[in-house]
Design a protein around this ligand. Structure first.
Ligand SMILES: Nc1nc2c(ncn2[C@@H]2O[C@H](COP(=O)(O)OP(=O)(O)O)[C@@H](O)[C@H]2O)c(=O)[nH]1
Ligand SMILES: [Mg+2]
Length: 431
């Protein structure tokens, strides 16, 4: 085995801050830092010291040395807190590179943690989601995965599949010992797996934020409502129907939740080629949205308002109407009437999507996990069919073995360098 090199990176975000932290990991990390810091290091003790480059003092620091193997990466590590000036930090990183360290790649600390058996791949993915999550529920479910709830579920499932496969193989090897037909009921397993897979959509919403699409016929005031919701003129508003041709996306916070508001072209039949592309995009946005808001126009007779399936129904331009409308939110983008209610309604729905995640333990938090679970499920369902169709039991066994392989890719019991590159390239440097 090749001896790993020692990596260094700034672990805090760039920009002005009180503190900026640099981390090192690898066999030479202590020696490299001790070329710049004149102390007697003790593992896990914070020391106040000077960081020097040659004869010059760069900064006052607090440094902590960590002895392997009980560290984040499983290697010797050092964490140094500097003052949060990026000039100081980059100069310190350069000095440590000159002293033998190498600049870390994206996610390389966590990758080393995985390679050294500190965590499996699903836990590593959770680390990234904790950093990126836009809601408290998102952080909470990513934490559960990092603590191993998902791994535990997969491990239990794997064990069951292994036992099944073993019992099939005994029958293949000693067919004479068994007179009865082989019978197995895989449905409890597929049920559990389906339940787990169904957590992906709400989990994604909790982690990435809520997508809200503003839909409706041209000129009802979709763009005006977007502007009213965010309190500034982001989308273009005109009396001309068909003004919004492309979808306009705005990230904002509503009630502490990250919300992606999507303003769309009005949905109508149109001969205009460009507008038609806009309409197609609007329909796509509607499909992908967590919450669809259907906006109608109070000044247009109801039968002329396009009918759409929606989670929230809004009648706009209520300032121009002589009456109120029942069973829908009455709003005016112009006067601001009802806009606060619309905000509340969005928060209420978004919260009900993510809240279901509070009570479950194992949650699917990454697309890769979703994909591999689906494949595993597919194999188990095929095994079920093969069994019911009375195929030879070795066919059933092949499906079960494949399902186990997918589960092993999920946790990283099996992996390739390419897969690791893809997973960790999404991470920040320094994590
Ligand atoms: N009186 C009134 N006019 C509005 C209101 N909302 C939008 N409008 C007007 O309706 C027209 C179309 O608005 P716009 O936001 O571009 O509609 P969109 O095509 O659905 O995006 C513009 O002239 C707006 O000024 C409202 O609440 N009251
Ligand atoms: Mg518009």
């Amino acid at each position: 085995m090749v001896k790993p090199d020692t990596i260094v990176a700034i672990s805090t975000a760039p920009g002005r801050a009180a503190i900026g932290m640099i981390r090192l990991s690898g066999p030479e990390s202590w020696n490299i830092v001790l070329k710049h810091v004149n102390i007697h290091p003790k593992s896990r003790v914070a020391s106040h010291a000077s960081f020097t480059i040659g004869k010059e003092t760069l900064d006052d620091i607090v440094v902590i040395f960590y002895k392997a193997p009980h560290t984040y990466t499983g290697e010797d590590m050092v964490e140094i807190s500097f003052h949060g000036n990026s000039l100081i930090l980059s100069k310190a990183v350069r000095a440590m590179i000159d002293s033998g360290a190498r600049l870390a790649e994206h996610g390389e600390f966590t990758k080393r943690a995985f390679l050294n058996g500190k965590m499996d791949l699903t836990m590593a993915e959770a680390v990234e989601k904790i950093v990126d999550s836009t809601s408290e529920v998102g952080i909470k479910i990513a934490r559960k995965t990092m603590d191993g709830a998902f791994s535990k579920f997969v491990k239990a499932l794997r064990e069951e599949l292994l036992n099944l496969s073993a019992s099939i193989e005994v029958r293949i090897d000693y067919p004479d010992e068994f007179e009865d037909d082989f019978n197995l009921d895989l449905s409890p397993m597929t049920k559990r797996l389906k339940q787990l897979i169904s957590t992906y959509d709400p989990a994604k919403t909790a982690i990435e934020g809520v997508k809200v699409a503003l839909l409706g016929a041209p000129n009802v005031g979709k763009s005006s409502i977007l502007n009213a919701l965010i309190g500034r003129d982001r989308a273009i508003v005109t009396p001309v129907a068909g003004t919004t041709r492309d979808t306009v996306e705005v990230d904002t916070f509503i009630g502490g939740l990250r919300v992606k508001l999507i303003d769309t072209a009005g949905i109508r039949e149109t001969p205009d080629k460009i507008e038609k592309i806009g309409v197609d995009r609007a329909l796509k946005a509607a499909q992908e949205a967590d919450i669809k808001v259907h906006i109608m126009d109070a000044t247009v007779s109801e039968k002329n308002n396009t009918e759409l399936s929606a989670d929230i129904r809004v009648v706009n331009k209520i300032d121009l109407a002589k009456r109120r409308f029942d069973g829908v939110l009455n709003v005016s983008a112009k006067t601001g009437h009802g806009i606060e209610k619309l905000r509340d309604e969005i928060v209420k729905l978004a919260t009900s999507v993510t809240e279901s995640m509070n009570s479950v333990d194992a949650v699917v938090i990454a697309e890769r996990q979703y994909d591999l679970l689906k494949r595993a499920l597919n194999e188990i369902e095929e095994a079920e069919v093969a069994q019911k169709s009375r195929y030879p039991i070795d066919v059933v066994d092949i499906n079960i073995r494949k399902a186990i392989e997918f589960l092993d890719s999920l946790t990283g019991r099996r992996y390739s360098d390419d897969i690791l590159d893809i997973i960790f390239s999404n991470f920040c440097v320094g994590k």
